[in-house]
Write a protein that binds this ligand. Structure first.
Ligand code: SF4
Length: 212
């Protein structure tokens, strides 16, 4: 059997953290990972959620999108990016890239809605991020697109403004990562859509995709 050419997560402190929970580390599929997550009570966000928003899409996707955390609509439906920002993401995917939701994988850094949509706190990120890492390991995307400052800064372990790091290729455990603005920001600042389209074109070129 030919070796899978896509990168594996590299060993390191984040990977070591996954090893702390054998059931998480042993998951061989997203379904098994969801079972390991269970009715998760690993952080205080469990107390205010309606749903765990695990992630959705193709378990073998070449392209993965990562946002911050579920909002109200996502919490209600149990799916990521289903509010107005999600509709814009669908447009970027469909009209821009010629892709459907079913062809990509979409997840958030934390899986439960923070109260009043505040930013996730460090202890919540520490509790939940191993599941994101494991999702990346299982899906094995060729490219990750981080949506917005929060997801970008968490995944890249920096505090650099999104306006300074968007549009430049980064590395996440051996996977190419492209930061760009969050669709919610584009709803407030539509003139930045052009900038995001530039970032998306870089992603499409890397994946060999034709414009939709
Ligand atoms: S945010 Fe993550 S770690 Fe916290 S309760 Fe939800 S699933 Fe568990």
């Amino acid at each position: 059997m030919a070796a899978d050419p896509r990168p594996r997560l590299e060993a390191g402190p984040d990977k070591d953290r996954l090893l702390l929970e054998p059931e998480v580390n042993a998951a061989n599929s997203l379904q098994e990972l969801g079972t390991a997550l269970g009715d998760c009570q690993r952080c205080k966000l469990a107390g205010g959620r309606r749903s765990i928003v695990f992630g959705v899409g193709n378990s073998d996707a070449r392209l993965m999108f990562v946002g911050e955390a579920p909002g109200e609509e996502e919490d209600l439906q149990g799916l990521p990016f289903v509010g107005k920002a999600g509709q814009l993401l669908d447009k970027i995917l469909g009209a821009g890239m010629g892709l459907s939701r079913e062809e990509v994988y979409i997840a958030n850094v934390v899986k439960c809605r923070p109260p009043k949509n505040r930013n996730p706190q460090p202890d919540e990120i520490v509790a939940c991020e191993p599941f994101l890492l494991k999702q990346v390991e299982l899906v094995k995307p060729e490219v990750i697109v981080t949506l917005g400052a929060f997801a970008t800064q968490v995944m890249l372990r920096n505090r650099v403004a999104i306006s300074k790091q968007r549009g430049r290729w980064q590395d996440y455990h051996g996977v190419a990562l492209m930061p760009t603005f969050h669709p919610a920001y584009l709803l407030r600042s539509p003139s930045e859509k052009r900038v995001v389209w530039g970032d998306i074109k870089l992603v499409m070129a890397r994946l060999g995709l034709e414009q939709g």
